[in-house]
Design a protein around this ligand. Structure first.
Ligand code: ADP
Ligand code: MG
Length: 332
């Protein structure tokens, strides 16, 4: 079991209301990602759930029971941080065993749990090594192993992959997704990286200044962002957000068009502009175009789209995929 409900949870540090008031429901077995810019309160919210910070007001309900005043160790949750916090002088085996030894679990049971965790995390051959003899990805797996053996009702991850290089991050992302499919345990995963959120989450919670901007599946947020913040945050490269004459033509204050929903041509189209930068990625080409009377627009073309910097190109908008926003920034 691992359902978690937040009821009007708020947190202030002195005068600063970092989390004004949050209501949220996390179902047992869900993979939920908290995503938002640095400083928006993601870690604070996770620490409130873990019990590492006290709420200023509101309730935290875990598995149907009020856990607001319970100590961290009594919440049945396991936290994995960006810094692995491994004991350098202990072997991998002892690092993973540590919480079980502390809890007085007997030796045979500890050995069995370590073997299980090591198998799931591909650490079987590394159990006798010290942390310094491991790669960054392996160290992070040890930290996850230490969480797994406690059989928590939910895992809480705070930017666990931020210290890894780009290629390893992609690998570990897949491994954590696979781990979730095997264990089917609730996971709350904090990141500032919207690609991680899109690729891993069942449900994304977009945070901004301690408030929830929107909750939904990755594709719900991609297809129907409810405001300008979510529209600009989810999707890569970013959605083009245009005001002025471009928006007026659609009867909106602002329109949003994703680069992949622009139609590019060398010969004809609605808008004409000069290519400022052409990024040829192989599979795709991203053009940053200075469109006459509209300004800078990013558009995606096929991998063999021939434009280069300085060329004139034409762009048309796929009208079925235009997002319209009112003056208050809400989708209409
Ligand atoms: P995120 O994890 O999204 O980057 P945090 O939750 O760490 O953001 O921080 C949110 C805000 O709360 C920041 O403005 C931060 O400075 C502030 N904050 C976090 N912890 C404390 C603390 N212990 N005391 C005072 N302010 C804090
Ligand atoms: Mg943080």
């Amino acid at each position: 079991m691992g359902s978690i409900t937040l009821e009007k949870v708020s947190k202030s540090f002195g005068e600063a209301a970092v989390i004004p008031s949050i209501d949220l429901e996390i179902k047992d077995g869900e993979f939920v990602v908290f995503v938002g810019p640095s400083g928006c309160g993601k870690s604070t919210l996770l620490r409130l759930i873990a019990g590492l910070e006290d709420v200023t007001s509101g309730k935290i309900i875990i598995d149907g029971k009020d856990a607001t005043d319970r100590a961290p160790a009594e919440r049945g949750l396991a936290m994995v941080f960006q810094s692995y916090a491994l004991y350098p002088h202990m072997s991998v085996r002892n690092n993973i065993a540590f919480p079980l030894k502390m809890a007085g679990v007997d030796k045979a049971e500890i050995d069995r749990k370590i073997a299980d965790a090591a198998r799931v995390l591909n650490l079987t051959d590394y159990l006798d090594r010290k942390p310094r003899q491991l790669s960054g990805g392996q160290r992070q797996r040890v930290a996850i192993g230490r969480a797994i053996v406690r059989q928590p009702s939910a895992f809480l991850f705070d930017e666990p992959l931020s210290n890894l290089d780009a290629a390893l991050r992609v690998n570990m992302r897949l491994e954590i997704s696979e781990l979730h499919q095997q264990l089917k345990t609730t996971m709350i995963y904090v990141t500032h990286d919207q690609v991680e959120a899109m690729t891993m989450a069942d449900k994304i919670v977009v945070l901004n200044r301690g408030n929830i901007e929107q909750v939904g599946s990755p594709l719900e947020l991609y297809r129907n962002p409810r405001n300008l913040f979510v529209a600009g945050f989810i999707g890569s490269p970013k959605m083009n957000l245009l005001t002025g004459s471009a928006a007026k033509a659609f009867g909106a204050h602002t329109i949003g068009v994703r680069p992949e929903h622009m139609i590019l041509s060398m010969d004809s189209g609605e808008w004409k502009g000069q290519v400022l930068v052409a990024e040829h990625l192989g599979a795709d080409t991203y053009l940053h175009v200075d469109v006459d009377g509209i300004g800078s627009v990013t558009a995606r073309g096929g991998g063999d789209f021939p434009a280069k910097a300085g060329d004139m190109v034409y762009l048309s908008v796929d009208k079925n995929r235009v997002h319209k926003f009112n003056e208050g920034g809400l989708a209409v």
